[in-house]
Design a protein around this ligand. Structure first.
Ligand code: PEP
Length: 251
């Protein structure tokens, strides 16, 4: 059975002290709720190890927001998958639209990153999603299908089963404009069918597909109630423990 997951993406926010404080607050809050989903926070590289020291890994997963497309060596400023693992993290966000858009991440680069993450036993949270123009001109399903095929369909069924997918319509990220629960369901069901056609029903049914894009406590319940929405990747609302917990408890 696929898991329900709520994962925070802190992006380039919080100083180290602020980040450790926020992680402690989320960790504390989780002690008082019977969460019906796995909860993960994906934090800046600098925060990974210190945050790992203050959270209970049985209740709160930890992830990076990116990793390098090379194993090691002369790549100044990069952080490898094995370095991420060495901090105690077990997840990594890959293919976020901000990385595709601002840092030129292509399907080829993302293939390398996914392979390295998997080799290092990190669970990739792999992001896909269309821009507004593609939503409006009706090509959004084809766009997302191509993103999945181009970066992920060289994987074996066994490796594909280790992924978490996150559908994040780019027009909904950080804009306050959420996809409706019906728009999310349409896309999530479509993604599951794309997976089924390639890897079969069992793999498709077992893949967690998260929704991301201006998800907040007020809309999480309706989104998560949809049969193919298995949780959320949360940006802005994950920077406040109370609002993040409001989404966690929407299940
Ligand atoms: C994200 O960047 O992954 C995201 C979903 O951001 P926000 O929730 O702020 O729209």
């Amino acid at each position: 059975m696929r898991k329900n997951i709520v994962a925070g993406n802190w992006k380039m926010n919080t100083t180290l002290n602020e980040g450790v404080g926020l992680a402690k607050d989320v960790n504390e809050a989780l002690k008082n709720v019977d969460a019906k989903c796995d909860v993960v926070i994906c934090v800046p590289f600098t925060h990974l190890y210190p945050v790992a020291q203050v959270i209970d890994p049985a209740k709160l997963g930890l992830g990076a927001e990116n990793c390098a497309d090379h194993t090691k060596g002369a790549y100044t400023g990069e952080v490898s998958a094995s370095m991420v693992v060495s901090t105690g993290a077990t997840y990594v966000i890959l293919g976020h639209s901000e990385r595709r858009q601002y840092y030129g991440e292509t399907a080829e680069i993302l293939k390398q990153k996914v392979n390295l993450a998997l080799e290092n036993n990190l669970t990739p949270i792999f992001c896909i999603g269309e821009v507004l123009e593609q939503r409006e001109n009706g090509t959004y399903l084809d766009v997302v299908k191509a993103q999945i095929e181009d970066a992920l369909f060289d994987l074996s069924a066994e490796d594909f089963s280790k992924l978490v997918l996150a559908y994040e319509p780019v027009w909904a990220i950080g804009t306050g404009k959420t996809a409706t629960d019906d728009q999310a369901q349409e896309m999530h069901a479509f993604i599951r069918k794309v997976i089924e056609d390639k890897y079969g029903k069992e793999v498709a049914e077992n893949t967690s597909i998260l929704y991301g894009g201006s998800c907040k406590p007020s809309n999480a319940k309706a989104l998560f109630a949809k049969p193919d929405v298995d949780g959320g990747l949360i940006g802005g609302a994950s920077l406040d423990a109370e609002s993040f917990m409001g989404i966690v408890t929407a299940f």
